[in-house]
Design a protein around this ligand. Structure first.
Ligand code: CTP
Ligand code: MG
Length: 220
């Protein structure tokens, strides 16, 4: 069964605040998107890597991914979920690993854990526990939440393409932030596997600086 890695890179990177959308910006000399592609493209269980980009981002994407075999770019949409759906319509049937271009590092062992877990569930996602105390609140605290039952959910997320398309048809949330949300809403079973701190998403300038330091000191 083919395993397609679908990397969504059609965002505008508002919270990063850089002129060029973050996925096309060089992280120590190589575009963030190129790091994400490179982390997946060599994995022995991944058949193909495809990339969803924003309308008008073709020139950025072509130059970021020169030399990588990712087929034709797929044009995404307004919200992340629109971009994922456009990607699903364009790729081969089989297993899909939906991944954010904003996550430049992915240990190969995480891919193995996800694909192994998918054999006995409808989906599989990498998760990490919460380390800080977690509370509700605004300018004052309105109740600490028991963090033992809370998880941070990362990408890549593994599904059978037809299941995920079905879940998106059924989706109750207009703008889900990931696929595990719509899969659960459709009543499908999503298994968890251990995630990795290196899968951290680069959202803010602070995330960017931290990733540059980790990469520069070869911690990754
Ligand atoms: N993404 C996408 N299509 C969109 C919005 C987001 O493909 N319409 C992608 C981004 O390119 C990114 C991933 O989804 O790789 C995770 O989104 P996020 O970190 O929120 O990136 P942006 O939406 O670009 O950033 P921001 O929300 O700060 O504008
Ligand atoms: Mg966003």
């Amino acid at each position: 069964e083919p395993v397609t890695a679908l990397i969504v890179a059609a965002g505008s990177g508002t919270r990063m605040g850089s002129e060029t959308p973050k996925q096309y910006r060089p992280l120590l000399g190589k575009a963030l998107l190129a790091h994400a592609v490179e982390a997946l493209i060599g994995h022995p269980r991944i058949t193909a890597v495809r990339v969803v980009i924003g309308a008008g981002q073709e020139a950025h994407a072509r130059s970021a991914l020169a030399g990588f075999d990712v087929g034709d770019f797929i044009i995404g949409g307004k919200e992340r979920a629109d971009s994922v759906r456009a990607g699903l319509e364009a790729i081969a049937d089989g297993i899909v690993l939906v991944h954010d271009a904003a996550r430049p590092f992915c240990p190969p062992a995480v891919i193995d854990r996800l694909l192994d877990a998918l054999a006995s569930a409808d989906g599989a996602v990498p998760v990490l526990p919460m380390a800080d105390t977690v509370a509700k609140g605004d300018s004052e605290l309105r109740g600490t939440v028991n963090r033992v039952q809370l998880l941070r959910v990362q990408t890549p997320q593994a599904f059978h393409k037809t299941d995920l398309l079905y879940a998106y048809e059924e989706a109750a949330t207009a703008t889900p932030t990931d696929e595990s949300t719509v899969m659960q809403q459709a009543g499908l079973k999503v298994a968890t596997v251990p995630g990795d701190e290196s899968l951290h998403k680069l959202t803010t300038a602070n995330d960017w600086e931290r990733a540059e330091m980790m990469l520069g000191s070869q911690m990754i």
